[in-house]
Each structure stands twice: as C-alpha cells, then as structure tokens.
Ligand binder design. Sequence first.
Ligand code: 5GP
Length: 116
Amino acid sequence: MPTLFEKIISGEVPATIVYRDPRVIAFLDIRPAAPVHILIVPNKVIPTTDDIDDEDESLVGHMVIVARDIARQQGIAKSGYRLIINCNPDSGQEVYHLHLHLLGGRPLGPLVQRPV
Ligand code: 5GP
C-alpha cells in the first residue's frame, strides 16, 4: 500500500507544493500548527528515522538544506523556526513516511510540555 505521501508525490492526492527536486518534495501541511507549516518529504520511502540507513546520510542532510532555503523564502529565517521529525507512536507520528516539519511565523513556545 502506498503511503499518503507517496500519493502526494505521484499527484494522486492533491497538495500545495512549494518545492520539488529529484530527491524531495515540500508541501503545505493540511492542518497547519503555525502560519508557516511545511512538510519536507523524501521521494524514497523511509517509514521512520529508525529506518534511515547510513547510505541515506546525504538525503537526510538535503532535507535540512531544503528546509533552510524554504525558511528563507518564507521570510522566517531571522525571526526563527523549528524543525521536527516525529518517530513512532510516543512522538505522535501519523504518517509512516519520513518527513521534516518546518514550523514558524509566530513564537512557537516550549518544545515539549513538561509533565505536571
Ligand atoms: P506526523 O504526525 O506524522 O509527524 O505528521 C503528519 C502531518 O501530515 C500532520 O501534521 C498532518 O496534518 C499532515 N497531513 C495529514 N494528512 C495530510 C494530507 O492529506 N495532506 C497534507 N498536505 N498534509 C497532511
């Protein structure tokens, strides 16, 4: 079964694409948690960070470089932003196709809620 993000990559599921190259695609998150919320997704299907192989080092680095460039284009590089990758259930990962969240455009608050 193709992942949701494979369907976006192939065009079967529509998305607002802001960047693509032979290795990655970037599109707007359907439920944005901030004024800028963009997902950077590799074309290669890697379910989680735990499935990243050593040979994927350049690809994963490329995802971060793409996020940096999109943040500049979106005008949030200086105000600041957060990059997040969720992995497996405790992180709340919903889509099991590696993706980097780029979030910004407002103060984002603490990274993780501390237990009370
Ligand atoms: P995760 O929780 O797996 O790290 O993040 C998955 C993200 O995918 C969520 O932020 C969610 O809003 C987003 N998402 C889920 N379904 C769709 C969709 O059909 N289109 C787009 N553009 N984003 C989606």
